[in-house]
Design a protein around this ligand. Structure first.
Ligand SMILES: [Zn+2]
Length: 348
């Protein structure tokens, strides 16, 4: 098993989080990564520092104008006048404006909600989060030996900020670049079929949108019912893909308040779908926000449950890239990640 993380992912430090009619304390803090990094250390696993693979794999998924916005928004924002807030945060949502003139129009186009502000160093972290994921994908593309031995071919990326809510051309839900989509697309150079299994508390509507018309990338997600729960505009069972992609988007929404047995009942359904698809590579979007005491949780997964989850993924006997994304019960991230990693390391 290989673990990847880049320290520049710590630089992004949101100051605002506007959600459900209220300005809230940011939950997506740099300390999240500090805690996550303790887990591989405790287990004696080396954390690999990713190298720069470049912008091309990112632009294979995201619009150039959007990527340019993420990169330059902060300096353009601060140059408007001295009254501007300390980070780019729109209060106007108009995705169809042409965004030709002015940073506020660009923010209105490219920021989909109040939970993806852009500060001075955000782009650096966003970029290295994508590179962290891409390094795992590149290892799989370049290493013939590791492609053959499936059991040992598990790569875990500690990414921050997360990605699964990011659209082709919009940030939202603490996400900016869609790392799962970027690596799925990158892996398609060599592999025919990629399955993305998402067990974060929230539906990854960005991944769904990006692959909605395609059958070469399966997206299957277990998540809290989107009725009055983020991302609210997507994640229902009837959203099954479009055209030749029909049937390759499988949403399994859980009723709010689902217990741990219920969570695994739904995860098993998701895994059954994935087995039928028989992918060459699995990308697992892992959220620790399903943990029972997480401020975002609408279900009741225990620390031990993360070990069970890893065992289920390992049992599929395929190359796996795990992207650690959500999880806001900061004091438990180390313990929960250790439990998850131990499910890959230990024999049953
Ligand atoms: Zn989440």
């Amino acid at each position: 098993m290989k673990v990847y993380s880049h320290e520049k992912q710590m630089l992004h430090h949101p100051q605002s989080y506007f959600s459900r009619g209220k300005m809230r304390q940011p939950q997506e803090k740099p300390e999240r990564l500090t805690e996550l990094l303790k887990a591989p250390q405790a287990l004696g696993l080396t954390v690999i520092t990713p190298k720069d693979i470049g912008i091309e794999p990112i632009l294979a998924v995201h619009d150039l104008g959007y990527v340019d916005f993420l990169k330059n928004a902060y300096s353009e924002w601060m140059a408007v006048d001295e009254e501007m807030g300390e980070e780019v945060q729109t209060t106007i949502y108009m995705p169809n404006n042409n965004a030709g003139i002015g940073i506020l129009a660009k923010a209105a186009k490219y920021q989909a909600d109040g939970s993806a502000p852009i500060g001075e160093h955000s782009w650096t972290s966003i970029y290295w989060s994508a590179q962290t994921a891409l390094n795992a994908a590149d290892a799989l593309l370049n290493d013939e030996a590791s492609q053959k031995s499936n059991q040992d071919n598990i790569q875990v990326c500690l990414t921050r900020p997360a990605g699964h809510h990011a659209r082709k051309n919009a940030a939202g839900g603490f996400c900016y670049l869609n790392n799962a989509a970027i690596i799925a697309e990158h892996l398609r150079q060599k592999f025919q079929k990629i399955a993305i299994i998402d067990t974060d508390m929230h539906h990854g509507q960005g991944i769904q949108e990006i692959f909605y018309d395609r059958k070469d990338v399966l997206y299957t997600s277990v998540h809290g019912s989107p009725i009055n729960f983020y991302p609210v505009v997507a994640g229902h069972e009837h959203e099954r893909g479009n055209g030749e992609g029909e049937g390759y988007n499988i949403n399994i929404p859980m009723p709010h308040g689902t217990d741990e047995a219920g969570f695994f009942y739904y995860v098993d359904q998701s895994i059954d779908t994935l087995k039928l698809f028989n992918p060459d590579v699995i990308v697992h979007v892992l959220g620790f926000d399903v943990y029972k005491d997480d401020p975002q949780a609408k279900c009741q997964v225990s620390t031990q449950g993360f070990k069970t989850l890893a065992q289920k993924i390992k049992a599929l006997n395929k190359p796996v890239i795990v992207l650690v994304e959500g999880g806001y019960c900061i004091e438990k991230l180390n313990e929960n990640l250790q439990a998850f990693l131990s499910g890959f390391i230990e024999e049953k």
